[in-house]
Design a protein around this ligand. Structure first.
Ligand code: ADP
Ligand code: MG
Length: 332
């Protein structure tokens, strides 16, 4: 996430999650026979009289905050679709359709041509149809609502982790933050193509999420940084999570881009990785290995679930690592 240079401190003391808790969570008590899972997870889930459930989520991308102002329209489109679908992946849902609310300052045909080209590529890649949306005039802002199907009683939620579970992550961590540093740098970055791809075409781990439905006890997508997102699992599941710093999977590109210390910080708190973090009981470790092989996706054990609360990251000498921040939060 890009922090605008002129960002003023919020007038009030609430942060992003504090304001949701105060103003919106009280309104979101399941008050309909159709709400299975309400506010507080990666998607809300609706139940109907059949064997499947509807998972819904919406994400907004604001220019200068979620992508640099000079981003190309097709890049904005591919990023918007992937980061929104990532919440369906986190729940193990199968994408069924998306709607897009587009706010833009002027009608620019070249921009719209590029944006719709990027959309077409992503919709084809994830085999999901665009089914509606809204178009308004104002500062550039894109909201993508995603809808997906889940088998009855099988959502991969944040709240099922148990002491003794193993904690895994997919792919590599820190690439999202490294990509932003690379793309914002005035200097030539050798891994620019790799990072451009990571930033504008992150992979929503749809197949992995679905495969984990029958295997994992809890899951989340890493949008705000591993510490913060593992923290959501810890809170929702009333457990502690212990991460091992030496286990964090890092890409060669990120390693060659920055120091080990900075990359450690990026991997833990940088965000924008859109990998999945999930917890499985030890007897299911072999199944995780099989999923990794069949989907050809790197799955790395990064820690353990314990009783207690919070997330701690331990270095190779067993010391708790002190980290500056706990992930990106709007308004903080
Ligand atoms: P994610 O990072 O998975 O997109 P967020 O951290 O943005 O999720 O949101 C945390 C939870 O709070 C989610 O369950 C989301 O649906 C809910 N939420 C966020 N903003 C609002 C809002 N303005 N009104 C109602 N619920 C909200
Ligand atoms: Mg999420």
């Amino acid at each position: 996430m890009i922090v605008p240079e002129n960002k003023e401190k919020s007038q009030f003391t609430l942060d992003e999650f504090g304001l949701i808790k105060k103003y919106f969570a009280p309104l979101a008590k399941p008050n309909s026979a159709h709400v299975d899972i309400s506010l507080g997870d990666d998607c809300s889930v609706f139940a109907f009289a059949n064997d499947e459930r509807l998972a819904v989520s919406v994400d907004t991308l604001v220019t200068g905050v979620h992508f640099p102002e000079q981003a190309l329209p097709h890049q904005i489109a591919t990023r918007a679709i992937a980061v929104s679908l990532s919440d369906l992946a986190a729940m193990g849902a199968r994408p069924c359709g998306i709607t897009i609310a587009l706010t833009m300052p002027v009608i620019d045909n070249d921009w719209l041509e590029g944006f719709s080209r990027g959309l077409a590529q992503s919709l084809a890649h994830y085999a999901v149809p665009l089914v509606g949306g809204d178009t308004t005039c104002g500062p550039l802002c894109i909201s993508v609502q995603v809808m997906g199907a889940l088998p009855k009683d099988q959502a991969l939620t944040r709240s099922g982790a148990k002491p003794g579970d193993l904690v895994f992550v997919s792919g590599t961590l820190g690439d999202g933050a490294a990509a932003l540093a690379c793309l914002s740098s005035a200097h030539r970055c050798l891994e620019k193509d790799y990072f451009e791809d990571k930033f504008y075409r992150p992979v929503a781990r749809i197949a992995l999420g679905q495969a984990l439905l029958a295997v994992a006890n809890a899951g989340i997508d890493i949008s705000d940084g591993l510490l913060a997102d593992a923290g959501h699992i810890a809170n929702s599941s009333s457990v502690a999570i212990e991460l091992r710093e030496e286990s964090l999977p890092l890409s060669l590109a990120a390693k060659s881009h920055t120091s080990a210390k900075t990359l450690q910080q990026w991997a833990l708190t940088g965000g924008d990785d859109y990998e999945l973090c999930f917890c499985v009981s030890p007897e299911r470790q072999e199944q995780v290995q099989k999923i990794s092989e069949s989907l050809d996706v790197r799955l790395t054990k990064v820690g353990d679930v314990r009783s207690g609360e919070g997330v701690h990251c331990i270095d190779s000498s067993g010391q708790i690592i002190k980290i500056k921040t706990g992930g990106y939060q709007h308004f903080s």
